[in-house]
Design a protein around this ligand. Structure first.
Ligand code: IPM
Ligand code: MN
Length: 354
């Protein structure tokens, strides 16, 4: 039986993960092992990423993660804050490739902050580099310079780091519309000039894929002006973080965007792109769809259970088609919208699978 390491985390993490587990149980038999990460691990062990959590993750077939963080830890030393656990587990598992699919369902195009005709039909795979760049670059720190407190980080990429993420992007494009747009800031940054050169070199291995380059400021604008121009976007850690949040709302809500984080040696990890929303915790309001779609990506990319993944995707589409909406995508002005809570949304999707 396939082993899934479950890391519910903080805030709305447990309630959204419970819905994903419900859905996974509806498509197959799995062995779930729960471990702590983030604030709940700080409470129990004093650190956000206990060794036991890491070991269970490593010895599983896939990892399913909810969300970490709570405002009550904002004052903690950055070294033991919940977010550190997320960065830590990504690094420890070598999850360098983060896939964030921004797909606008027809029925939700009117929930997009963009005009419906601009949003409708958008289908983008954002491929974000996840274990390098300015998030992890050295040197970093805080020191006195000319008697003034000064802080700095380093945006750094090696050729091999760029090559491997570029290959993930091109391979993904080969299964889609064969277009890759590489996003950088090569007009200013040395690291981006290397990025652009290496991505161009790798593109020679994929002659069928059309490669374009775009500066990140322009990409942020193009995403809202004409999102349909994009197929696969490949970019570094920081730019990918920003563009994927922007991309997520195009689809109607941050609560709809799943992600897969892949490694070349360890089990992959799957998590919604949104945070732990401590203000919504336990209120049965959070949208579980991003997490349920992350479970679908777990089936597809983590366990190679394509048929089961398709079933989950179809069930989500079906429930949306039937009009069921959590608060974030509900419109009282729409007579076919039916407002439901987190649990109910999970139940409906699981039922449609059966
Ligand atoms: C994300 C999050 C994380 C990131 C934070 C919580 C560290 O925003 O997964 O996009 O910046 O990568
Ligand atoms: Mn983010």
């Amino acid at each position: 039986m396939k082993k899934i390491c479950v890391l519910k985390g903080d805030g709305i993490g447990p309630e959204i993960i419970n819905q994903a587990i419900k859905v996974l149980k509806a498509v197959g038999d799995f062995e779930f092992t729960e471990e702590l990460i983030g604030g709940c691990a700080i409470e129990e062990y004093g650190i956000p990423l206990p060794e036991k959590t890491l070991q269970t993750a490593k010895s599983s077939d896939a990892v399913l993660l909810g969300a970490v963080g709570d405002w009550k830890y904002d004052k903690l030393d950055p070294a033991i804050r919940p977010e550190k656990a997320l960065l830590g587990i990504r690094k420890e598992l070598g999850l360098f490739a983060n896939l964030r699919p921004v797909k606008v369902m027809d029925e939700l195009a009117t929930s997009s902050p963009l005009k419906a005709d601009i949003a409708k039909g958008t289908d983008i795979m954002i491929v974000r580099e996840l274990t390098g760049g300015i998030y992890f670059g050295e040197p970093r720190g805080n020191e006195l310079r000319n008697n003034e407190e000064t802080a700095y980080n380093t945006m750094v990429y090696s050729k091999s780091e760029i090559e491997r993420i570029a290959r993930v992007a091109f391979a993904s494009a080969m299964k889609r519309n064969k277009k890759v747009c590489s996003v950088d800031k090569a007009n200013v940054l040395d690291v981006s000039r290397l990025w652009r050169k290496v991505v161009t070199e790798v593109s020679a291995e994929y002659p069928e894929v059309e490669l374009t380059h775009m500066y990140v400021d322009n990409a942020a604008m193009q995403l809202v002006v004409n999102p349909k121009q994009f197929d696969v976007i490949v970019t570094g850690n920081l730019f990918g973080d920003i563009l994927s949040d922007e991309g997520s709302v195009i689809s109607g809500s941050l609560g709809l965007l799943p992600s897969a984080s892949l490694s070349d040696k360890n089990p992959a990890m799957f998590e919604p792109c949104h945070g732990s929303a401590p203000d919504m915790k336990g209120m049965d309001k959070a949208n579980p769809i991003a997490t349920i779609l992350s479970a679908s990506m777990l089936l597809r990319y983590g366990l190679n259970m394509i048929e089961e993944a398709n079933k989950v995707d179809l069930a989500v589409k079906q429930v949306i088609k039937e009009g069921y909406r959590t608060e974030d995508i509900y419109k009282s002005s729409c007579s076919t919208d039916i407002l439901v809570g987190t649990e109910k949304m999970g139940d409906l999707i699981a039922e449609r699978i059966k």
